[in-house]
Design a protein. Structure first.
Length: 147
């Protein structure tokens, strides 16, 4: 993940995201999505660090095509996501995004973004990617970039 300089945090954001996903799990399942999560401790210099990450894998079908949504969330609010829909030969479309999640009411809004992404991916192949990018662009800070 380029641009991500992991900083040491206790993982409160990760805990908040887990709690919000549990609260919204029925809504996510109602959309036909299956969500799996795994907590990951990063290794730094051969030893476990206090950098905590949550890996989410969300899968569902749209018109018989499988959609795979992977989301990684770090305790410092850095988020990386990749979502793609299978086509007849390869991917019908894909979208990847990353940045620091800067929305107010962070974990709640992150889970709302997950739900909005699931909904946007259910649209046509032409509209899905721009809609998904719109959902995340509004909440991800990219930081200064060299021009």
């Amino acid at each position: 993940m380029k641009g991500h300089a992991a900083t040491r945090h206790t993982g409160d954001f990760v805990e908040d995201v887990i709690a919000c996903i549990q609260k919204r799990s029925r809504s996510i399942k109602h959309r036909g999505a299956k969500i799996e999560s795994e907590r990951v401790k990063e290794i730094e210099g051969g030893a476990h660090s206090d950098i905590e990450r949550l890996d989410l894998h969300i899968s569902y079908r749209v018109a018989a095509s499988k959609v795979t949504f992977r989301l990684r969330v770090w305790g410092d609010r850095w988020v990386w996501g990749d979502i793609r829909r299978r086509g007849k030969s390869g991917w019908a479309w894909s979208a990847t995004f990353e940045g620091r999640f800067a929305a107010t009411d962070g974990a709640t809004n992150l889970v709302r973004n997950i739900e909005a992404t699931i909904d946007a991916a259910s649209g046509s192949n032409e509209e899905a990617r721009p809609q998904i990018e719109k959902v995340w662009k509004a909440h991800l800070a990219q930081g200064p970039r060299r021009v």
